[in-house]
Design a protein around this ligand. Sequence first.
Ligand code: FES
Ligand code: FES
Length: 185
Amino acid sequence: MHRNEKQGAAAAQVAKAPIYCEINTIPVELTAAPSKRLLLILREDLGLTGTKRSCEIGRCGACMVLLDGVPVNSCLLMAYQCEGKQITTIEGVAPQSEEGTDAIQRAFLLEGGYQCGYCTPGMILSVKGLLDGNPSPTDEQIEEALSGNICRCTGYGGIKRAVKQAIEWRKAELEANRTERDEPE
Ligand code: FES
Ligand code: FES
C-alpha cells in the first residue's frame, strides 16, 4: 500500500473509533469523528435540536449542556471528550418530572423569563447545573452561573425572578419528597 493510502486508512480508522457516553440517561455509541463538536452531533446526528446553535465560539451559552452535571458549551466540546461522560440536554430535563416540565422550566414560563426563547434551553441548563450543586445560591452566585448565557431580547429581570421562583419550588419539592419518604407505611 502506498504511504498516503496507509495514512488515509489510519485516519479512517480514527474517524470510526466508537465513543461511548450517556445522553439523557440513555447509553449511546457515537460514531462521529473525534474532533466533531458535540453541538453538531446532538443536532445533526441525534436530532436533539433543543440545543441551540449560535456563536459557536463559546460566547453566548445557547448551546449549553451538562457534562457530568457541569454546564459546558457543547460548541467547544469535541466528540472524544464525551467518552464515558453523562450528558444532559434540554430534552433530558423535562422527563425527569411527573408534571412533564421541570420546576426551572415552569418558573421561566410563570415569570416571563423568555421572549423569543432561543437562549432559554441554555439558560435552563445553566440554572439546573447551579441548583443541583447549590440549592440556595446567593444573588452573586446566580449572576456568576448565568454570566456565560446571553439573552438578546428578554432582559435579565424576568430570568432572575424565574431562578428565584425555581429555587422555592425545588425546595418545596425536596421537602414534599422527604415527608413522603419518612411517612410510616
Ligand atoms: S453556540 Fe456555543 S457558546 Fe454560542
Ligand atoms: S429570549 Fe430571545 S435571546 Fe433570550
